[in-house]
Design a protein. Structure first.
Length: 316
């Protein structure tokens, strides 16, 4: 078999759609991970499930009209639980999208192959294929934001357990009978190490803190040596590292990728986590692991959706 060169590979295209609570991003990506073009469509005026689906179909048509070349398929990243391209539920801020066979609906109306997965899963896949872990086969991805999302990649593919119901890394229990989590459980990593948790903890330490303080401001105060912020960030590092220790001991990934805006705080953030995880993890499990910051930023969702389409349909 003749190996394809980069020029031949780049002729293979996929359409990606990354669905958020207020907008969707749509674009065309080649197999090298280059975004040929992309655009954002507001969902704020869409009041129903049907209206959002119509906007998705319009976006797909806009892509195919502009590309004027065949595509291998369409990948979609969606918030919530997805099983076999059916949206089971959890589409935050979106009307409907429960027990909805969205993949079949879109395939019937566009004629293209469709694959749908959770948005955090696809951000992780993008970092594995095109970003911070592209030299790896096995990685764990965490996105630290309002909550904590995550993804597990084994042998270059996503692993989410039976019927795509696993991979909920933010809901690893790190404190028995701990703080009540939005998921209904107690002591989840998310309740101790998300940016929301960071802000809440800072307010317990500094009762004079402004009501609308954010994570970026707390990090600035930490870097300037403010006592409350230092204590808060040490608390954050300790708990986040405890979660990562579990993932390292279970999966021994080559890379632990930290995403979300907080990962852009600086190298000190990664260094603090690395020091703690190296101390807490089994040496044999951490021997080939490295904690790194995500590289793709807000492009990750779109790139991951397309990477998923390439993996599923390229040789089908």
């Amino acid at each position: 078999m003749v190996a394809k060169n980069d020029t031949q590979m780049s002729k293979s295209h996929a359409i990606g759609i990354d669905i958020g609570g207020t907008s969707l991003k749509c674009g065309v990506v080649n197999e090298l991970g280059e975004i040929l073009f992309s655009f954002i469509v507001s969902l704020k005026e869409a009041k129903t499930e049907a209206e959002i689906i119509n906007l998705m179909i319009d976006a797909i048509k806009q892509c195919t009209d502009q590309l004027k070349e065949p595509i291998v398929g369409i990948g979609i990243g969606f918030p919530g639980l997805i099983e076999d391209d059916v949206i089971i539920g959890g589409g935050v801020n979106l009307p409907g999208f429960e027990q909805l066979p969205l993949g079949k609906i879109l395939k019937d109306r566009t004629g293209h192959n469709i694959v749908i997965d959770n948005d955090a899963n696809l951000m992780g896949l993008a970092e594995l294929i095109y970003g911070a872990a592209k030299d790896s086969t096995d990685a764990v991805f965490l996105t630290i934001g309002t909550g904590i999302g995550g993804a597990i990649m084994i042998n270059k593919g996503l692993y989410s357990g039976f019927k795509n119901r696993g991979g909920e890394l933010g809901h690893t229990v790190i404190q028995q009978n701990g703080i009540l989590c939005n998921c209904g459980g107690r002591g989840c990593l998310e309740t101790y190490a998300s940016v929301t948790a960071l802000i809440n903890y800072y307010k317990t330490q500094n009762t004079a803190a402004e009501e609308n303080i954010d994570g970026k401001t707390i990090i600035e105060k930490y870097l300037s040596g403010e006592d409350h912020a230092v204590k808060t960030m040490q608390h954050h590092f300790d708990y986040l590292a405890a979660g990562i220790v579990n993932f390292v001991n279970i999966f021994s990934p080559q890379k632990v990728i930290i995403g979300g805006g907080i990962s852009e705080a600086g190298q000190f953030y990664i260094d603090e986590l690395t020091q703690r995880v190296k101390t807490g993890a089994l040496p044999i499990s951490f021997a080939h692991s490295k904690i790194v910051a995500a590289e793709l930023g807000n492009k990750a969702g779109l790139l991951g959706a397309c990477a998923n389409a390439f993996q599923k349909f390229k040789n089908a």
